[in-house]
Design a protein around this ligand. Sequence first.
Ligand code: FNR
Length: 332
Amino acid sequence: MYKGAILAPMVRIGTLPTRLLCLEEGADLVYTEEIIDHRLMDCRKFEHKNGLVEFKLTAEDNPVLQTCAKEKEKVILQLGTADPNRAVKAAKLCQDHISGVDVNMGCPKAYSTKGGMGAAMLKTPDLAESILKALVQELDIPVTCKIRCLKTLEETVEFAKRMEKTGIAALAIHGRQKTERSRADPCRSLWIAEVAKSLKIPVLANGGSGEIKSRSDIDEFQEKTGTAGVLVARAAMWNPSVFNKDGPRHVFEVVKRYCKLCLEYDFALEVMKYNVLSMLRDLQDKDPRGLATKPALSSKEIAECWGVVQEDKDGPNPKKKKLDCESVDREE
Ligand code: FNR
């Protein structure tokens, strides 16, 4: 399962419509954005008639996680956590709807590291181990972690080996240290290759988007690092069709399909706008549809900028649509 070209976890980007789009374009697996354990663990499950499954505190709240049957066999939930019990509670809540759970041990941002999460975990291997062991023991689905490079190659390999012993199914490594930045610092591909050589479980390479413009570039990064697969972050954010084996499609075409998926799942305006603008990059200030996307006040309005209108078999009746999406609260 942990092989090939994979959508990497990305806050706001790795949300349901982008994940579905990446799968349509040929991604082998998709990670959710990082979700902090305590935000998820007290949620209830709401199943909608259109197949959408949402985890949220109450029917009125914004969903913490959205998923659907279409991605069930291909979606990995990434957790931000520094506590085994909270991690298990959050993961158990959704394990029937996902394929695996990943622990983020690489986020360098202060909001993560201050709470002992993300890259802070690279300095607390005992805690990291206890979280992974608890998840492996308690869950019916595979567990993985995503790390960064530590201070030296030796320390990186040692940390990865310790994590492997917990029973995880795979390990992903971003080829940069905590203080290194994707835009400024080169990816340490040789370190990734060394980790891949040292472990028996599949290793996933990450950090190569600077050189990734197509599926063949992804394959090249995988070969260069001798890994089982590649986690693609920024290159997929710029154009989710980077996974397409026939070559990437024009970003305008991809934005249209993205808008359709957003309408299908009644997707939130702000995150939709963020994704569309991330795909457009500098075109957002050059193309009239990009300029119209920025001030749009609803998801429908953004979609209309791109010539995408809601397909509703029952006609344009917003009340009827709401009824079809009425939540069925099947708390377990
Ligand atoms: C990220 N990254 C990230 N990593 C992670 O483990 N969990 C997350 O939620 C996020 N969120 C996130 C958001 C955005 C907008 C970006 C650009 C990145 C880091 C990401 O997964 C990856 O490690 C790096 O971007 C390097 O890979 P690429 O971009 O070279 O493929």
